[in-house]
Design a protein. Structure first.
Length: 204
């Protein structure tokens, strides 16, 4: 039991963020910074999720105390054209972050699409994708796990829907001096360990 918990801790201490819902095309801790999908093939339809236009849950675990999030979608035949599903989210705190009902794009109903989550973090821009298809109907019920951890808070940035990844206005503006020092590899793991230990204690 104890060694398993240690393994879980080691894995999560390394992970930047892990997309849990919808089903990710894949997660590679080392290659998560590779656009557009953290090194996974954007054309893969593995684990495709139906996404009701009225809203579907979006859930992740983050190990960064401060991030800006972009949650976007593109058509599979036009992956250079990602459109925001919600405004940029400014989020604080480590653990689970879940938006219960992220709306779909009605004009793309029934077509193969790709969801992309971008984390603007102290480690830079990090990416995960999911194969989705927008479908009519009322909002999907979120999983029981769709909760914000105690320390997790977030707000939408008004009028901030369309910033592109790599745009310096989004990648630098949120980085406080404290966050920059946190990004120092020498101080990072130690500062990360304390909140994660507390957080994992809640999980196990
Ligand atoms: C993608 O496919 C849809 C549906 O077939 C079509 O309407 C649209 O023009 C296509 N877009 C591109 C860029 O090929
Ligand atoms: C988590 O926090 C965000 C931002 O406040 C909120 O929109 C969302 O509804 C919360 N999630 C849940 C499951 O309550
Ligand atoms: C970045 O965003 C700003 C403000 O939205 C815009 O004026 C600028 O052209 C963008 N730069 C790039 C490289 O996209
Ligand atoms: C929440 O934040 C407080 C203050 O930063 C910290 O002491 C506590 O360990 C955090 N709790 C969790 C579950 O991360
Ligand atoms: Cu990270």
């Amino acid at each position: 039991m104890f060694p398993i918990r240690l393994l879980a801790l080691a894995a999560l201490t390394e992970a930047h963020f892990v997309l849990q819902v919808p089903t990710s095309l894949g997660f590679s801790d080392v290659l998560e910074g590779t656009a557009p999908c953290g090194s996974f093939d954007i054309s893969s339809r593995a684990g495709e999720s139906s996404w009701p236009l009225a809203g579907a849950p979006f859930q992740l675990i983050t190990t960064h105390p401060q991030s800006d999030w972009q949650i976007r979608a593109a058509l599979l035949n036009d992956t250079a054209n990602f459109q925001p599903l919600v405004p940029v989210v400014s989020q604080q705190g480590t653990g689970t972050f879940c938006l219960p009902a992220v709306p779909g794009i009605a004009a793309w109903e029934g077509q193969d699409a790709v969801l992309q989550a971008i984390q603007h973090s102290a480690d830079g821009e990090l990416y995960q994708c999911a194969a989705i298809k927008f479908v009519p109907g009322s909002a999907a019920a979120g999983p029981q796990s769709c909760k914000n951890s105690t320390n997790v808070s977030a707000s939408f940035k008004p009028g901030s829907t369309a910033s592109s990844p790599g745009n310096s206005s989004t990648t630098t503006s949120h980085k406080s001096a404290a966050e920059k020092s946190w990004a120092d590899p020498a101080s990072g793991p130690l500062m990360l360990a304390a909140p994660l230990l507390t957080w994992l204690a809640v999980l196990y």
